[in-house]
Design a protein around this ligand. Sequence first.
Ligand code: RIB
Length: 309
Amino acid sequence: MTPAPRIAVVGSANIDLVTFGDTFPLPGQTIFGDDFDLGFGGKGANQAAAARLCGAQVSMVARVGSDLFGPATIANFTSQGIDTTYVRALDGLASGVAPIFVEPSGQNRIIVVKGANDRLLPADVDEAAEMLKRAACIILQFEIPIETVYYTIRFARANGITCILNPAPGQPVDLEQVRQVDYLIPNETEAEAITGRPVRSVDEARAAARDLIDAGVPRVIITLGAKGALLASNGTMELLPAREVTAKDTSGAGDAFIGSFATFLGEGVPERDAVTQACLYASLSTTRVGTQKSFLARADFEAEKRVQR
Ligand code: RIB
């Protein structure tokens, strides 16, 4: 049996407040939504949960608030078997929250209020250094201070640890720092924010990936929702498909992709197959509501893989 890869996530934990509806209020207007769901989220926590469900040994480095969400978030990690040695609740701060709006097509819009996530500092990475050095892979996103992200990228590089950066939510980046990662995995809007190019078609995604590779990023994977994912490195560029599904809620699908991809890669699955499997894992997550709670356990995923479409 393949040993479970060790994965560390230095990132965010939020509480997701998901409203389902087909219209959004105008200024000064009150309207009714169709449905509501409360769940554990945050891009970092979601990626940790996906990796854990896929079978990795996962440690989280995160900060939560001293409100009622903080202890619940830590308990949620523990119940999934995620190591919380370096997750701390900070006095006097609110936990990160994310009001999410989901349309009938499953398309989502998310507002993140970072709260305690914004206090995860480089010194906290130093505190977790011995644990991080034992990881095969470190995963990062942009819901914590950017200085902490860049610090951790340098840490991973200095210690020979595979580093995956999901530059979400999208923002302009310092490419000198970002090109030190092993994998940069944006979606279309995040790729736009980094390259300054529109990324609304596969051809535009190819052009953005080319820019990033030319800037020195070794490997780029642009996730393209129902269209799959574009895998690019110096000399290769390939669109790998997602399975066609009826989406209910696409929130967290990118996180499902990243957590599962890191696990498959850590198990020794060849990169192209790891991307294809992660596309499937992410597609399946969209058929259920919520973020973490929409992710499949490994056994269920393996059963889905055997289904021929
Ligand atoms: O990627 C989905 C996640 O984005 C949600 O769980 C929300 O908390 C925000 O971080």
